[in-house]
Design a protein around this ligand. Structure first.
Ligand code: HEM
Length: 127
C-alpha cells in the first residue's frame, strides 16, 4: 500500500530491535570498534540506535523526544571514524540486515541508506 511507511513495511519496532541487537552482537567481538562503545551501557547504546532508526524510517519520534535533534555527525565527533572503522561498522550492519531476511527491495533500501549514512559519519582521514 502506497501510504504505508517503511517502518511498517519491514515489521515495525520488533524488526529494528532485532537489527540493532544483531549489530551489537558483532560490535562486542570487534577489537577495533568495541573500545569506542560504553561497555557499562550497551543496553542504552542499543536503545539509542534502535530509536533513531525507527524514527528515521517513519516510526515513533521517541528518539528526538529523549535525545533532541539527532545531529549525528556532531554526536560522533568524540570518536575517531576513518575508513577502517566505517567498514567494520558496515560489516556488522550488513550481517544484521541479512539476518532480517526482508524482501529484496526493502533490504536494498535499508542497506543503501546505511552505506550512505556510514560514509557521511567519517571524520578522520586515512592513516
Ligand atoms: C552512537 C560509533 C555510524 C547512529 C554511537 C556511539 C559510537 C558510535 C561509539 C556511542 C554509543 C552510545 O553510547 O550510544 C559509530 C561508528 C560508525 C557509526 C564507528 C561508523 C561509521 C553510525 C551511523 C548511524 C549511527 C551510520 C546512523 C545511521 C548512531 C546513533 C547513536 C550512535 C543514533 C546514538 C546517539 C545519541 O543519541 O547519543 N556511534 N557510529 N552511527 N550512533 Fe554511531
Amino acid at each position: 500500500e502506497e501510504s504505508q511507511s517503511f517502518f511498517d513495511a519491514v515489521g515495525g519496532e520488533e524488526t529494528f530491535r532485532r537489527l540493532v541487537h544483531r549489530f551489537y552482537q558483532g560490535v562486542v567481538d570487534d577489537p577495533l570498534l568495541w573500545p569506542m562503545y560504553p561497555a557499562d551501557d550497551l543496553a542504552g547504546a542499543e536503545e539509542r540506535l534502535s530509536l533513531f532508526l525507527m524514527q528515521y524510517w517513519g516510526g515513533p519520534s521517541t528518539y528526538s523526544r529523549r535525545r533532541g535533534h539527532p545531529r549525528l555527525r556532531m554526536r560522533h565527533s568524540p570518536f575517531v571514524i576513518g575508513a577502517a572503522e566505517r567498514d567494520a561498522w558496515l560489516r556488522h550492519m550488513h550481517e544484521a540486515v541479512l539476518s532480517l531476511e526482508l524482501p529484496e527491495e526493502l533490504q536494498n533500501r535499508l542497506w543503501d541508506y546505511l552505506v550512505y549514512a556510514a560514509h557521511s559519519m567519517v571524520n578522520a582521514p586515512d592513516a
